[in-house]
Ligand binder design. Structure first.
Ligand code: 6PG
Length: 234
């Protein structure tokens, strides 16, 4: 049974304020408890306004490591790059922004193996994994396709893998590297942030379907043992 609590807001600004406050609190609590914080942030368009507000938080950013929940196999100058969006917001604050995609990778599977090796250098688990969701029910870069089973049911120690979505998503039709389901559900805190009635309907359906969901988000959340906060506005 997926245990999820919905937090609804009037508009994107109210949502951004609330989520930035929550993430700031999670970081501060991690710094107090362990002297360091590791958070995983999503790509896409939704996070932008939240990043802008979170970047104003008075935190000891040099002790914060930030990884993307997933990234596209593109260069950092490509507008599709997730790490570029994260770096723009948090590098100037002194945070350690930790890319998981290297352009040198021969192919997406090799890129995934390299990402997994890089992530194995980090203290684990993440204090927070913040997930977005696509209208097709993907999350991070866990998509339907030839790598879905590996993303969901690979070795529990595997933190990241390469993914070739099939079909390729129109908004970013490229191969990716993603956190695995095991890495996502290992997080101390798991939160979802989404906007719009369509995605809400998709997520409610995926939660209802649970482990047998045809949508990756349902399959991922079905393995979560922690309570999940879902932040939403119309
Ligand atoms: C990515 C993201 C992805 C994103 C959703 C929602 O690389 O595409 O990590 O999982 O969170 O696609 O994207 P929007 O916020 O743009 O709707």
């Amino acid at each position: 049974m997926i245990e999820a609590e919905w937090w609804d807001y009037e508009d994107e600004d109210e949502l951004a304020e609330a989520v930035a406050g929550d993430v700031g609190f999670i970081i501060e609590s991690a710094l107090d408890a362990r002297g360091q914080a590791l958070i995983a942030l999503p790509g896409g368009k939704t996070p932008g306004p939240v990043f802008a507000k979170l970047a104003k938080a008075k935190l000891d950013w040099k002790r914060v490591t930030i990884i993307p929940t997933d990234d596209r196999l593109v260069g950092v100058k490509d507008p599709l790059s997730n790490i570029a969006q994260i770096a723009k917001a948090f590098l100037p604050l002194g945070a350690r922004v930790f890319p998981i995609v290297s352009e040198a990778a021969a192919d997406y599977k090799a890129a995934g193996k390299a990402a997994d090796a890089r992530l194995s250098e980090l203290h684990w688990p993440p204090d927070l994994v913040w997930l977005g969701i696509g209208a097709d029910g993907h999350t991070a870069s866990i998509f339907p396709g030839p790598d879905l089973d590996e993303a969901l049911n690979g070795p529990k120690t595997r933190r990241a893998l390469g993914v070739m979505p099939d079909p390729l998503p129109t908004e970013a039709p490229v191969a990716r590297v993603t956190l695995s389901r095991a890495a996502i559900v290992a997080a101390r805190t798991l939160t979802l942030v989404l906007t719009g009635k369509e995605k809400r309907k998709v997520l409610e359906q995926a939660i209802k379907q649970g482990a047998s969901s045809s949508m990756p988000i349902g399959r991922v959340l079905a393995e979560a043992e922690q309570a999940i906060d879902i932040h939403w506005c119309p």
